[in-house]
Design a protein around this ligand. Structure first.
Ligand code: G3P
Ligand code: MG
Length: 236
């Protein structure tokens, strides 16, 4: 089971920042998850919300700002003053940095925009990271249009006859809220080769339980704990 640091090592560092990604890279884990959207001047950046207020020193709608304007804000000060220097990363900055490690990058597309898909695919191609990315989104139509890179749908609700649904979308990747599907169904899909990755699994006991299910992966804000649980489970 692969461990993905959700928004980087977000339990100890400001989410979706280079500090959180670098800290995640120092762990014995497999990948990071990051949220991607476009600025007003069409630069793919890494941030979760559509507005600046929760995670940055800016206010208002991200799309009403240029990349240069957004770089003026701190993306770390809300978390801790020790991280005041953190900026909102561009996706390009993260991809360039990823060339120096082996992490899998789960890029979650937050905009329902084909332009975002085009720009993201172009960057992945430029940095030759096709084999190391998973593109996911709550917008399943967007996912259905993507070819040539591994993809996944994200859902926060139960999908009946999900095999048929995934085949219509054209993906094997299924990212769902933890506890959203019964264990038997998850295990059956896993056995058939679907890539199941529940989010966001933060309780140690639950991580231990899911390690037993042997799914493709989990997203967690506590990869530092998941790595220890996984090592312990390997030792039997
Ligand atoms: O990609 C899984 C998870 O990140 C989806 O929810 O809101 O944390 O982006 P959210
Ligand atoms: Mg996300």
């Amino acid at each position: 089971m692969q461990i993905f640091a959700h928004r980087g090592l977000s339990s100890l560092y400001p989410e979706n920042t280079m500090a959180a990604f670098k800290a995640a890279a120092s762990l014995d884990i497999d990948g990071i998850e990051l949220d991607v959207q476009l600025t007003g001047d069409l630069v793919p950046i890494v941030i979760h919300d559509a507005i600046l207020d929760r995670t940055t020193t800016g206010t208002g709608v991200i799309k009403q700002h240029t990349f240069a304007e957004l770089r003026e804000y701190s993306a770390g000060a809300h978390f801790s003053l020790a991280h005041t220097e953190e900026k909102i990363p561009s996706l390009e900055e993260v991809l360039r940095w990823a060339l120096g490690n082996q992490l899998i990058l789960n890029l979650e597309l937050k905009d329902s925009s084909f332009l975002l898909v085009e720009l993201v695919l172009e960057l992945i191609k430029t940095y030759q990271l096709t084999d190391r990315v998973i593109i996911s989104s709550f917008d399943h139509e967007l996912i259905s249009r993507i070819q040539g890179v591994p993809t996944a749908i994200i859902t926060s609700e139960y999908i009946p006859d999900v095999e048929r649904y995934l085949s219509l979308i054209g993906t094997k990747g299924y990212h769902f809220c933890d506890y959203c599907i019964p264990k038997e169904e998850a295990l059956a899909l896993n056995k058939k080769g679907y890539h199941l990755r529940p989010y966001t699994v933060n309780h140690q006991e639950r991580i231990r339980e899911l390690l037993d299910w042997n799914l493709s992966g989990i997203f967690t804000d506590y990869p530092q704990i998941a790595q220890i649980e996984r090592a312990a489970s390997h030792k039997g």
